[in-house]
Every structure is written in C-alpha cells, then in structure tokens.
Design a protein. Sequence first.
Lengths: 484, 438
Amino acid sequence: MVATQEAKQTVQDVTGEYKYGFVTDIETERAPKGLSEDVIRFISAKKDEPEWLLAWRLKAYQKWLTMEEPTWAMVDYPKIDFQDIYYYSAPKSAEDGPKSLDEVDPELLRTYEKLGISLKEQEVLAGVAVDIVFDSVSVATTFRKKLKEAGIIFCSISEAAHDYPELMKKYLGSVVPVADNYYSALNSAVFTDGTFVYIPKGVRCPMELSTYFRINEANTGQFERTIIIADEGSYVSYLEGCTAPQRDENQLHAAVVELITHDDAEIKYSTVQNWYPGDKDGKGGIYNFVTKRGACRGKNSKISWTQVETGSAVTWKYPSCLLIGDGSVGEFYSVAITNNYQQADTGTKMIHIGKNTSSTIISKGISAGKSEATYRGLVRVMAGAENARNFTQCDSLLIGDKCGAHTVPYIEIKNPTAQVEHEATTSKISDEQLFYCQQRGLETEDSVALIVNGFCKDVMKNLPMEFAVEAQKLLGISLEGSVG
Amino acid sequence: MTQKRYFDTPQIATSFEAVRQFLPGADIDDFNGLRGDAMSKYMDSGLPGPKVEEWKYTNLNFLANENFDIATALPQETEIKELFEKACVKGLSGPLLVFVNGHYYKPLSPFADQKGIKLSLLSDNIQSFRVGMAVSDGDSSLNNLNRALVTDGYHLEIAPNVEMKQPLQVIHMATSGTDMTAMRYRVQIMAGAGAKAEIIESYIGVDQERYWTHGITDVMLDQGADVTIYQFQTQGRQAVHMTELHSHVADKARFSHISLQLGAEINRTELINSFTGENADIELRGAYLGRNKQSQDIFTRINHDQPNCQSNQLYRGVLDAGGKSAFQGKVIVARDAQKTNADQSNKNLLLSRKAEANAKPELLIYADDVKCSHGTTVGELDPDQLFYLRSRGMDEVTAKGLLVEAFVAEVFDDIADETLRTAFKEKTARWLAHEVTP
C-alpha cells in the first residue's frame, strides 16, 4: 500500500505535466547540422581520437549510406531527416575539463539537483558511482578512484579510446557489428560518448555502476556507446536511467550497448527509461532506437537485462543475449508502459549456441490511452545447443479501449533436446479487481497503480533497490489520466 | 514492400499465353478478361521471396527455375482406383467428388441430389464462379496466379436450414505422368442461414512425380450456419502443396477446420478467417508431421472484427529427421471487438537431431475487454514417460510411437464421427510406422 500512496503523491506533484520537462541553457559547441564525412572528422577531432577509430567511423558511415531504414517494427512516425540533426554538441565548460565538481558549470549542477541526483549528495552517499552524460560529453565522474583500486576501469568511451586502445580495438563492435542494423551503423559513425567498463578477473564490483543520460540540446541526437566487459569470474551490476527535458521537436536517440562476459562472469544491466514521451496529443517526444546485445562468451557466464520502459514517443529496442559459452544463462525482464500516443516495439532475442544454455523471458506490457505496445522476441536454439532451456511469459494489460497490445514471438528450434515454452496472455484490469480495491476505500487511480504494480511484480523484483522505488513511482505517473 | 523482396517468374507468363485458349471459360469474354487481369496482377507483384515476413519459413525460389505446366496427363483407370482406395474414408455413405490431375473425374463421383443442396463444377458452370472469383478477398500473388490458371473445382450451395445428411467427400489426386505440372483448384462453399454441412477433403498423389497442387477455397457462412471441413493431406513425397482458405463467418455461425498434414515436400496451408457477425465461433485444429526434407508451413489468421466472438486454435507438430515445420498463427482483435475470446495452442515434438520446428504465434489486440492467449512449446518426448512404458516391457519404437500418437490424438479426439476419428488416427499411425503412402 505504501507504493500506492507514493505513486499518488507523485501524481499530485507533477499535476499532469512531465516531471522532468525543463531546459537548461548553457553555451554549447556544436558541429554543423547534418551528417557527412566532415562532421565525422569534426567529432573525431573534437575528441582527439586515434586514427584507427576515425577510420572505423568512416567505414561505418560508408556502410550506413548503403543501408535502408527498417520498417518492420509496429511503430509509425514521420520520416526522420538525418540531415536536420546536430550530431555533436558539448557543454562548453567541458572544454577546460573540470577537475572536480566545483569546476562544473553551476547551472548544470542545478539541473541535476532538479533531477534529484545532486552529485555532491551522490559522492557522499556511498554505493553508487555516477558517470553523467550530459549531451554527449562526460562532465563528471565520481568514485573512479575507489574503483581503480579494485582494478576496475569505469570511464567514458573517449577516454577508453586513449587510455585502453587495445581493449577498445578488441571489443568495440565485437557484439554489435557495424552493419548489424541501420541505427547501429549510424551510431558507429557518429557516437559521441558513452561508458566503458572493464571488470578484471575475479573481481566483484564493490558498488553498482550507474550512468544518467540526459538529452538537453534541441535537435541533437544522442548516440551513446556503452561497452561492459566482465572478465573471468567477475560480477558487475550496471544501472542506466534517463530523463529528458520537454521538447516539441522529436529527438533521435540511437544508442549501442555491448556486453561481454567471460567464464563464470555475470553482468546485470538495469534500465529505467523515462524520457519525454510527447504530450497528450502525441506531439514531441524522443525516438528511442537502441541496439543492446550481450555475448555470454565464457562457460557458465550470465547476462541479465532488466528494463522499465515508460518514456519515449517511439521505442524500438531488443536487448538480446548470445549464449555462446556452455552453461551460460540469459535473462530478460521487461515492463513497458505506453500511454497517450506512445509506441513501443520491444522484446529480446535469446540465441542458444552453447550446450546446457538457458534463458528466461518475462515481459509485461501495459497500454493505456491511444498507445501501442508490442512484444517482439526471438528464441533460437541452434542444432548444437544440447539441453537448451527457455521459458517465456508475455503478459499484456490493456487500459481503455483505444490502445493496442501485441505479441510477436518467434520460436526457432533445431535441437530435439531443447525445452522451450512460450506463453502469452492479454487482458484488461477486471471490474472485480477494481471493485475490490475501491470497496476498501482506494481511489480509482490508486487502485489501477496497485493492480499494475502487482502485474509487474515479477519484473520489478529484479531491479536493484535504487531503481525499484523510482520505477514504482514511474508506473503511477505514466498511467496518470488513463482511467476515470 | 520494396520490389526486390519479390521475384519474377517470366516462364509462367509465357505458358499462360500458350494455354489460355484451352482453359475453362475461354469463350466467355469477361471470364477470360478476369484471368488476364489476374495474370497481369501476378506478373506485377511477382512471388514473395524469403525476405517477405509471411514467407520467412517457406522459400519459393525454386519456382523461379522450375516451370510447372498445366497438368494434361491422361491417367490409367487402375492407378486412379488405387489412389482412390487409399484416400477414400470408408464406411461413409455420402456423396463423392473426385478430381484427377486437376479435372473432374465422373466415374468415381456419384452424387445424389438432395433438396436444397446445389453442387456444380467450375468446368461446366463458370458463371456461378465468376462473381465469387472477382470479389475474392485474397489478392496475394499466388491467389492471382490461381485465378489466372485454375482448371476446375466445385461450388457447393446449401439452402437455409438444410442439413447435409452425409459429409461430402472430395478427393484431389495426382497420378503418374504429372511430373513438373500444376493442378489448380477453386472451391466455393456457401452455407445459408442455419444450414449445416461437413466436407472431407483428401489430397493424395504419387511419390515419384514432382507436381504442384494449388487450391483456393472460399467459405461463406450465413447466420447460424455450421460448416466443418476435414482435411487429409497425404500428397506424394516430392509434391508442392499449397492451399489457401478464406472463411467468412456470420452471426451465431460456426466454422471448423480439422486437418492432418503429412505429405508433400513443401506444404503451405493458409487459413484466413473473418467474423462478419457476432456470437460466432471459429475452431481450427491440425496436426502436421514431417521428415525427409519435408517442410510443413501452417499459416492461420483470425480477424476478430466483431464483438462477442470466439476462436480456438489447436496445432500439434511432430518432426523427425530432415523434417521442418512452421506454425504462424495470427489473431487480430479489432478496436470494437469487445468480449472476444481467442485461444491458441501450439505444441511441437522433435524426434530427431535433424528436425526443426519454428513457431510464430502472433496476437494483435486493439480492444481491451478481451481474453486472448497463446501457448507454444517445443521439446522432445518426456524421458520419464518413455521409461515408464519401457519398464513395463514395451520396446522403444512401440513406446515412442504410443507417446507420439497420444500427443497428436488431442487434435482429433473431439471428432464426433467415429469412422472419421479413426481414419485420422490410423493415417497418423501409418506415418509413424514409416509406411510409404499413409
């Protein structure tokens, strides 16, 4: 019941407006609008990148030019003009390179305060290290020292290109190849920043690593690149959360995330995505076209994706696992909530390649208003994957009669020892459930929040503590105005 | 839909011009025109390649190289008899309709007139087909190809409140001499309000010929009508078998389709169903079995465009060495189709290392007060069950056979007519026992 009251409180707080809808005005340095080889050279020069990385970008750009925009997802949006986007913008103060938080632009700091992630607080509150990406350039990184003591590399991708070129060369594009899809090629050409994490052999990362993404400048696409490598026997839990200020123009985000686990290693990757979803009439909002993939390369390694997707106007996202090592495990826990005119086409791919591999997929979709939520997933068991196991559960909940909930699973099995189960249901919140709650004195909106939280419990319980609280509030906010 | 996803088959156009004047209805201008239009539409679109989502699991590229002419083989009476004996479900006294190599075969087709039941053939009553073919809802390239080149088929009309006393048995056979030829059928079934009918369709053919059977069926059910189609697909081992069925189900009507797919090298069975009224019922059930290069692709769609309707799908697949299957089932619930109940169950058994099962059960839902679910499983026989039977002295082959039979039997258990139910089970058992033509 506490969660419900909290949700109610939050709903009142925001009074129908997007909570994080504000714009920070700081001088930025931009690349010229549009995409060309020159812009890519500009980005590369800005970041003082090594020659090989520029060559890699240019090759990706050439590839991208030959590719077609994918149209298979069940999402509908106006055609994107890729020449009408700024591909690079950095907060100017970053040029000088702030050495500590005191040097960071005070307005920037105030922005974070509004978001409730004051760095000063963060630094004091032990446990979470934050690498903040503010419009493409990392401006502050905390707790790096502590991590360094453990041998952990936690830095921006640009730093990694300078300081750890061998690791970068080895892993960049090794899970998501440049030409994997249209947006991964675009990202490879123009990625501006992101996070690089390396956990050495046998190290259990002492804290949860976290990055807050934030789109700030109008018309700048965010092209983040994240690489996390867990070496033998290591463990890391990584949190990714995003908020964005309110905007009328649609903004494009095309991130690429690559995870690699070696023998007995584990990566837990959690996302709470609550970017600006557009207003009640479907105006504005972020386009979120993300490629996330993890490769369980080692024996008995594990990759677990947990996501709570409540934001963005259009989402196109399939965090996947390649289960290569024998005995490796892939997990996907997802809650996707769409309201108003939001569209989400999300799911996962579990590719069983090694022996005794197993995967679990739990997907909960909630559609309200005039939105559309689609689960699209693939479970493939290759001929050599002996004793593969998969369990998939996809449930959809419809709130209102103008929304849509869709399930598009693909199941492709080439080994007889596989055991694959897929189950999907679609239903609405029953009148009995609502009546039961209301009879006990709950408002309709509270009742819905309570029921939805119950519906999502199987996923929410997999979120780290920090996220679970925020995510529960988000469920309430996202569904605000959907009933009654 | 970019052009390159589809490919052209110029040979088919050439052969169309050559045979056009010999096709039924060539002397009727508007029907001839209908064929021409369908052919040019087909040529415009071309055939779907593997990049077309619906054709992900069946590759039609072979049609670019292999040219199937219209079947003209003159079959031997003894051979027809032989195939007929295998295909015919014994113990049923209903009317029979036999098509041999794409044409009606009178000697084996006794049909006694029953009041209120009208049966006519495409080859001698082209007019009754004209309307239905012009407004057919399928406009796929294969549908157009069938329209252009169809040689025969039947039109069955059941008057309101008339009940067909015995099921109509229809046998489509392909004899020797049909190598690299195509047989195209068109079927129309119209059930008036409150009418009741059962149709048993059998497809059979010889193993040594590579032929292509391509049938399109339209089923129209008026209010309260009840139509069941039973299908036995026991085509020859090299055959290409394609069927496409469109049903339209009105208020309180009930349509069932129960099939057993165990023949052909390439099978593509499409069942496209739409509700046109409320409180109606659609039931689709089937078993598909495959081994030795066989590919069984079952594609179903249920358009819940009306409220208060029910649909139920139950499919079981058994794949042995070299067999491949795809079950693609789509349920679309339209915005106002409240109180829809749609259930789908698909289970697959893999009996061998070289077997493959694919499934794509899709739910597209736009109404909120609905109950829709689907379940899919893929796995091997339960070792505990096998052990249980073995420990009671049963040899491995028999024990496995028993378990597979039980697995498939679920599809046919509800068939009321015992003769028919037994026929389905027996054919399944014979396939399991590796009999050449089940």
